[in-house]
Design a binder for this molecule. Sequence first.
Ligand SMILES: *[C@@H]1O[C@H](CO)[C@@H](O)[C@H](O)[C@H]1NC(C)=O
Ligand SMILES: *[C@@H]1O[C@H](CO)[C@@H](O)[C@H](O)[C@H]1NC(C)=O
Length: 464
Amino acid sequence: MDFLTTLLLLVHLIPVSAPKNGASSKSRKRIMPDPVMEPGVPGPIHEALLYCNIPNVAERSMEGHAPHHFKLISVQVLIRHGDRYPLYTIPKTKRPEIDCTLVANRKPYHPKLEAFISHMSKGSGTSFESPLNSLPLYPNHPLCEMGELTQTGVVQHLQNGQLLRDIYVKKHKLLPTDWSADQLYLETTGKSRTLQSGLALLYGFLPDFDWKKIYFRHQPSALFCSGSCYCPLRNQYLKKEQHRQYLLRLKNSQLEKTYGDMARIVDIPTTQLRAANPIDSLLCHFCHNISFPCTKNGCIDMGHFKVIKMHQIEDEKERREMKLYLGYSLLGAHPILNQTVNRMQRAAEGRKDEIFALYSAHDVTLSPVLSALGLSEARFPRFAARLIFELWQDREKPSEHSVRILYNGVDVTFHTSFCQDHHRHSPKPMCPLENLVHFVKRDMFVALDGSSTNYYDACHMEVV
Ligand SMILES: *[C@@H]1O[C@H](CO)[C@@H](O)[C@H](O)[C@H]1NC(C)=O
Ligand SMILES: *[C@@H]1O[C@H](CO)[C@@H](O)[C@H](O)[C@H]1NC(C)=O
């Protein structure tokens, strides 16, 4: 999002109930940079806007860029579902009125929305592994259900799909026009929002695809670890990470005060309000330009929102420094990275199946993968975030393969822990596949403590 749009959106996004640009909340102004006066300052409002990922036209993206003598061999796409209705409600307040039916002439628009709806209505149960076949193929409730994908969420992924189509299908001819079922690999968790997000992306990518050639597998685990989810050390890291979070929260007196304020407005105990994870619901208000809830005791306002959002930013900063989350992530992300690398190796060996893979997932899937790859500076996965693994073959040396990693269109290959030193040691312009393979098959465990060299051993070590 550029400078100007951000500015414009900000003005409009401020709920009518809140004072204009927060000018009256003087006490908070000293702590937080005012985003309206200082646009682009990475403060809580700026971060929240990026998180919403409000569909806009011009997106710059670096997917599919490589020197001329490289040929694109395979692409794997890991996405977070698009914009959704909250998973929690704030007790004793009216939940935001959002219409989850798809309406072509309602914002946000997408030229393919109508065709998407019509194509989804022809969908067939045989395209989905059980229990996915019991899920609706597109959102359809006049008042969204909890966690339901919204029209914004559908549009975000239609756009993702179309962008990837332009680059991979039209420009690089990754798939032939008569592509076959075994050239795709599709996997999603069992939530309607992930399945529908995957379908929207796929529809943008391969418009009017033949339903007979589509098969979505079901992934029962949000970590995409099914078959190898048992990992005691990962759980220990998670407990320690949660304790770190708890201590940080206790230290933030302004946050405590804000929860207290909000609890008084809503008239429930502070602990009950906190348990209702109000930021999830407030983000939905914010992203949809709906004013924050009011009661006879007053209104939840932008000041409350900023304090909680700011705390999230500080929490992410400490999370990076403390490395407990890194331990959790290295173990948590191994199974899906292992799967990704195996698929790349098979493609590098010349197999022509599964050259496009789509994994439709959650923030709790993408976040550990980013952290495990060493992309600790990457932003928390926004709605409809995409992480892409490209595999390239050097036409001049056909036995040599390279990888590119892209996060939301940004090339982050040389920020990963397995390729950040590449330029210093090698004249090659691309990151070799072996770097990623060695990292996933061995080095990611060495990074944990140095003694384990495989997933099973690493999972059964004691925390030091
Ligand atoms: C947000 O809502 C206000 C009033 O509720 C409206 O005037 C404004 O145009 C909306 N902004 C956007 C970006 O939709
Ligand atoms: C990783 O992939 C290999 C195949 O190369 C497989 O044998 C192994 O079980 C996988 N490990 C995990 C933890 O997924």
